[in-house]
Design a binder for this molecule. Structure first.
Ligand code: MG
Length: 284
C-alpha cells in the first residue's frame, strides 16, 4: 500500500494510491495524523471499498509527512564507502572501523514534495550536497523493542534526500545547522507499507544529478541495519509513531568526487530506491 498526503481543491488529506493509480482519500489530514487513530487500518480498508476516488492528475502530492512532529533521526556515515569518502573530504584518517552507530538529528520545518525545490542558500553555503537515503517510518510508539519484534513497529519506507551544506556542517562542528536549512528534506513520493518490502530491506539506492548516476548502493550494505537501529534507540528512548529514521547514504555524494561535484541552481536531483520509486527536485 502506498500512503500519501495530497491537496485537492485546497484541502489537505491523507490517501492511498489504488491499484489503478487512482487516489483513495482518507479522513485524516496527513499520514502521520492517521497514526493517531488506533483504528486506522479498518478505516483504510473501508475507504478502499468506496467508489469515491480521485484521478491522479486532480491532486497535488505533498511529502507523505509534510510537517514531522519531531526532528528526523539520521544515521551518519552508515555505509563503509561513504565513511571513506567523508573522511577523505575532511582530510581525516579513516581506520575502517565503526564500532557504534552515529546518530544525529535534522530539523524539518516542511518536507519538500517530489517535484519541489531545494533552496540553494547561496548566501550561506558554497558546498550544497545531496544524499539519497532509505527512511523508515515508525507506525506505533515503541520502547525496548527486541530485534525480532522490530518489524511490528515499522509503518513503512520512503525516500529522503538528506540535503547538506558541507561547509556549514563542518564549520559548526555539529551537523545540525548544515542539514536543517529550509528546503533541505525532499521526501516521498509516498510511504510504501512494510508488508510490501521483504524484511530486512535489500534495496538499491541511487541518485542522479542532471541524469548522471552519482550514487549506486544497496541497503544490504548498511553498517548498522534497521533492526539494530530501532532496537538500540528504543532501549532508552520511546520512538513515537510517525518518527522518521533516515538510514544513511551510500558513496557518491558530491563531496566524494575530486574535485567535489556540489549542487548549483538549476541542477535536477533524482533519488531512486527500488520498491519505492523516485523523487526529483530542482535546486533554485
Ligand atoms: Mg545523511
Amino acid at each position: 500500500m502506498k500512503l500519501i498526503t495530497f491537496v485537492h481543491n485546497g484541502k489537505q488529506s491523507a490517501g492511498v494510491v489504488g491499484k489503478d493509480g487512482s487516489i483513495v482519500p482518507l479522513p485524516y489530514c496527513s499520514v502521520d495524523d492517521m497514526l493517531w487513530d488506533p483504528g486506522w487500518r479498518e478505516t483504510v480498508q473501508k475507504a478502499a471499498e468506496s467508489p469515491n476516488t480521485l484521478a491522479r492528475q486532480e491532486v497535488k502530492l505533498l511529502a507523505p509527512i509534510p510537517v514531522p512532529r519531531q526532528d528526523l533521526i539520521c544515521l551518519g556515515i552508515n555505509y563503509m564507502e561513504h565513511a571513506e569518502e567523508s573522511a577523505r573530504y575532511k582530510k581525516e584518517a579513516f581506520g575502517g572501523e565503526r564500532p557504534y552507530a552515529v546518530y544525529f538529528s535534522k530539523r524539518v520545518n516542511e518536507a519538500v514534495a517530489d517535484g519541489g525545490y531545494i533552496e540553494s542558500h547561496s548566501q550561506l553555503t558554497d558546498s550544497l550536497d545531496y544524499e539519497c537515503e532509505l527512511a523508515v517510518v515508525i507506525g506505533k510508539d515503541c520502547r525496548d523493542v527486541g530485534k525480532e519484534e522490530v518489524q511490528d513497529y515499522i509503518l513503512g519506507y520512503t525516500i529522503i534526500n538528506d540535503v547538506s551544506a558541507r561547509d556549514v556542517q563542518t564549520r559548526h562542528k555539529q551537523w545540525y545547522f548544515g542539514k536543517s536549512l529550509d528546503g533541505f528534506t525532499p521526501m516521498g513520493p509516498w510511504i510504501v507499507t512494510e508488508d510490501e518490502i521483504p524484511y530486512p530491506p535489500r534495496l538499491s539506492v541511487q541518485s542522479f544529478v542532471n541524469g548522471e548516476l552519482r550514487q549506486d548502493g544497496n541497503t544490504e550494505k548498511l553498517i548498522f541495519d534497521i533492526g539494530h537501529v530501532i532496537c538500540e534507540l528504543s532501549s532508552g528512548m520511546t520512538l513515537k509513531a510517525g518518527t522518521i529514521i533516515a538510514t544513511g547514504t551510500p558513496a557518491g555524494a558530491g563531496m566524494g568526487f575530486t574535485p567535489p561535484k556540489f549542487l548549483k541552481p538549476g541542477d535536477v536531483v533524482t533519488c531512486r530506491i527500488q520498491g519505492i520509486g523516485e523523487i526529483t527536485n530542482t535546486v533554485r
